[in-house]
Structures are given as C-alpha cells and as structure tokens.
Write a protein that binds this ligand. Structure first.
Ligand code: DGL
Length: 271
C-alpha cells in the first residue's frame, strides 16, 4: 500500500495521476482537513502534525508514505525521515515527498533558467525549491511567491469563483515581471486552479503540475528500487481507502467529483 498524506484535499491532485500511472497498487489517502491549511502555521506545528500523521500511518501497518503536500515536504520531511527511519527501520519503511521530483523536473525542463514557484507561506519561506534546484543546476534563478488565500478557497470549493481569479491575478502580478519560462505549482492544492494559472501567465510560461510529475517519477523510482516495490501491496482488486480528520461526507463529495469515481466509505480519524 502507498499512503498519501496532505493537510486536506490537495493531495488528491497527486493521487489522481498515480491511479492512472500505477493503478495496480493499494492506496490509502489521509487528509488532515480539520487542521488545514498548514501553510500559515509555524515550523513547529507543521512538524508536529506531520509526526502525528506518520505515527498514525505506521501504526496502521503502512510501509511507504508519500507526503503529497509541499508544505509538509518542505518543512517536515527531513525531520520525520530522521526521526522515524533510523537504523533497522530504514529498509523496511520509506517516507517520500513531492519536492525533489518536482524540482528535478523544473531544472530539466527550464529553457531560460528562470523558474517561478508559487506555494504556501511556509513553503516559500523555507526556500526549499530554490535549494533543491540550485543543487541540480546553480545557474537557474528561482522567484518565489506565496499565495496564502488560495488553499482556503479550494478547500471551500470556491476556486472557480471570480473572487478566486482576482486574488490569483494579484498574487501572480510580481511574477509576470520576472521573465520566467516555467512556473512550479508548489502546493498540491493549486493544480485544481491550473487553468486559471495558465490563463494568467500566458503561453510563454509552462505551468508545471506536481501530480503528474510525481506519478511518472515514482514509477521509474520503483522500477529502479525493487526493494521498495516489495514493501507495497498489489492485488487483483486494488484497494482505495480514504481517511479524513474532518467531515467524511464533505470529503467524499469532493473526492468523488474530483477523482470521477465512487468511494464506498470515508473514515473519520483522529491523529
Ligand atoms: N497542499 C499543501 C501543499 O502542497 C498544503 C496547503 C496548506 O495546507 O496550506 O502545500
């Protein structure tokens, strides 16, 4: 089983391409919607919430966790890897994130070496994308922009409203002057507004969606690492489990519509 963890519904933008690219595996999705958004919270809180999610998932017997959340990947991934994967546990369990695959993709695809990054306050303040991209290619300049109001709009299902578009325009205005060739959607909620991002940035800017990148890279990663592949269960009728810390009916409605699939049950859990 592969467990995806996000602060809320954003990680569904990673689950959707994974279900297409790697449908044979069992998946468990955990959204901490009761405490979403994470992006404006302190490093301490993001680390604490991430620890609670990891402990919860390991207690359920999950062996491979993917942080389908840029905020948790940027602020807490290294911390939880160090805390929970020490010594003997290391080869039996894995905690992966979305940050490195997306940074690699951006560095590989950038034509002019000017990359924009949009994300939550915590992700942008961490400079995580800049750091990872610099490791791959120090010639690339990155330009970050926090867009803190977008996640609450998306969680409320308000992201297609004109109010969301006008806030988005305001956020993107400074990036329009930076002559970027690509824009990383550095928050897994944002692909739900991909069209609006593309419309406002124009044809000359490639808007990079983290979900499809992560799905493609995870596929090749598992091919290269059969020892991890063996930690993930497959079955003739693969399981899809959905867990939320908030109202299951609200989560179910959104997830069924976004993933275009019937979900028999959404379990309410406490972390
Ligand atoms: N979807 C998340 C991310 O990728 C978290 C957003 C939030 O909770 O603020 O950053």
């Amino acid at each position: 089983m592969i467990a995806l963890f996000d602060s809320g519904i954003g990680g569904l933008t990673v689950l959707k391409p994974l279900l297409k690219e790697l449908p044979e595996y069992d998946y468990l999705y955990l959204g901490d919607s009761a405490r979403s958004p994470y992006g404006g919270r302190s490093e301490e809180s993001i680390k604490k919430f991430s620890e609670e999610a990891v402990e919860f998932l390991f207690d359920r017997g999950v062996k491979v966790i993917l942080f389908a959340c840029n905020t948790a990947s940027s602020v807490a991934l290294r911390h939880v890897q160090q805390k929970y994967l020490k010594g003997a546990d290391e080869k039996d369990r894995k905690i992966l994130g979305v940050l490195i695959p997306v940074a690699e993709e951006a560095a590989e695809k950038s034509k002019k070496g000017r990359v924009g990054v949009v994300g939550t306050k915590a992700t942008i303040a961490s400079n995580s994308y800049e750091t990872e991209i610099q490791k791959i290619n120090p010639e690339i300049s990155t330009y970050g922009q926090a867009c803190p109001l977008l996640v609450p709009f998306i969680e409320e299902g308000w992201h297609t409203k004109p109010e969301a578009a006008s806030i988005l325009k305001k956020y993107l205005r400074p990036l329009k002057t930076c002559n970027i060739d690509s824009l990383i959607l550095g928050c897994t909620h944002y692909p739900m507004m991909q069209k609006q991002f593309e419309r406002y940035m124009g044809k000359q800017v490639k808007v990079l969606d983290p979900g499809s990148t992560v799905a493609k890279k995870l596929k090749t990663y598992l091919e290269r690492h059969p020892e991890i592949e063996s930690l993930i269960s497959k079955s003739a009728k693969p399981k899809r489990q959905f867990l939320t810390t908030d109202d299951p009916a609200t989560f179910k409605r959104f997830a069924e519509s976004y993933l275009s699939m019937k979900i028999s049950k959404v379990e309410k859990v406490t972390l």
